[in-house]
Design a protein around this ligand. Structure first.
Ligand code: NDP
Length: 332
């Protein structure tokens, strides 16, 4: 049983030396437990925060211990009456070929309803983040202008498509031509900005002639400063992520934006998807329905092999993924 440990805490950008692959025996399930074989594991930007050793809304990872994250797996041995061998499940589990669970926090998946990998992306945590952030905080109205940063990633692609379903004009910001053309040509975004090649100030002005009513922020930093300059009266700013800041050794000192909020009577609100834990079932149901009806599309960037999970994780901070970044550990 191969496992991936956090070998050391990253300083700045994480590298492969921060991780270590070790082998140990396959664990034996006790009475009430299941042995799960990992099929897919999810790499997510929030995991970077857990590697720093500081407690935030979630406890830090310990060095020398196996990392944990979103997993889709198959029950290979069940000593729990609620699960059968062969069933597909998702939950927060170790980065390992096999792991044990008492089944308490697992959700069963129906492979007929949607590909099981979607439980880690569009029909899972990132999808729910887009759904609740946009609808609950953003409250989109038809005709409003919605700007999304990190638009071509797991959360951004869903947030943008939901905003389109609600009749908004959607502008996506992303870091490559491949990503911006995907957003515009395949997902129907109204306009796109490549923040690496375009002048952000000019581009936001050009594509948001009537200002910005909703800003769904996945990245923070200078990209957000430029969007904030164009917010409208009663704009809503959804603070979902700040990926541009996660690997900085010193926090950045940006322009002070609070004045902008006062002048425009705007709302800026942060959230964590687990705030909506009691409504996750509603979100999963709606996202699943939209998927089934063909109203939402998704892309996955799949890296093969547990041993490549660190590289896939690091790739998130270099923009290597279009859509949801996954690691495929075994065949279904
Ligand atoms: P993504 O799939 O969007 O992957 C990360 C992307 O971020 C990269 O592909 C890259 O795209 C972009 N990026 C990386 N570094 C920078 C940078 N310095 N400046 C600008 N863009 C950068 O990840 P997720 O969709 O899973 O997550 C998106 C955001 O949402 C993250 O900030 C994450 O922490 C947050 N989040 C928040 C949750 C919550 O509960 N509040 C829950 C889940 C996620 P590009 O090529 O465009 O640069």
């Amino acid at each position: 049983n191969r496992c991936i440990l956090l070998a050391s805490r990253p300083e700045g950008m994480p590298d492969e030396g921060n991780f270590e692959l070790v082998e140990e025996g396959v664990p034996e399930p006790a009475d009430g437990e299941l042995l799960i074989q990992t099929i897919y594991l999810s790499v997510d930007p929030y995991m970077r925060g857990r590697m720093t050793g500081v407690r935030t809304y979630i406890s830090p990872f310990d060095t020398g211990k196996v990392l944990t994250g979103g997993v889709v797996g198959k029950v290979v041995v069940s000593r729990n009456p609620n699960f059968e061998k062969g069933e597909m499940v998702t939950g927060n589990l170790p980065w390992a070929d096999y792991s044990l669970s008492d089944g308490k926090y697992l959700r069963k998946l129906d492979p007929e309803a949607a590909p099981v990998s979607t439980a880690l992306g569009i029909a899972g945590m990132p999808g729910l983040t887009a759904y609740f952030g946009l609808l609950d905080i953003g409250k989109p109205q038809p005709g409003e202008t919605v700007v999304i940063s990190g638009a071509a990633g797991a959360v951004g692609t869903v947030a943008g498509q939901i905003a389109k379903l609600y009749g908004c004009r959607v502008i996506g910001i992303a870091g490559s031509e491949k990503k911006t053309s995907y957003l515009q040509q395949e997902l129907g975004f109204d306009a796109v900005i490549n923040y690496r090649t375009e002048n952000m100030k000019e581009a936001v002005k050009q594509h948001c002639p009537d200002g910005v009513d909703i800003y769904f922020d996945n990245v923070g930093g200078p990209i957000s400063d430029m969007v904030m300059k164009r917010i409208n009266y009663k704009a809503r700013i959804i603070l979902c992520g700040q990926i541009s800041q996660y690997n900085l050794k010193q926090p950045e000192q940006g322009p002070r934006l609070q004045g902008q909020l006062i002048q425009r009577s705007a709302l800026m609100q942060g959230f964590i998807v687990s705030d909506y834990a009691d409504r996750h079932a509603e979100g999963i149901k709606q996202l699943g329905q939209w998927l089934k009806d063909g109203k939402l599309q998704y892309r996955e960037n799949v890296v093969n092999g547990l041993e490549n999970a660190p590289q896939a994780f690091i790739g998130l901070f270099h923009g290597e993924n279009l859509g949801k970044q996954l690691v495929k550990v075994a065949d279904e």
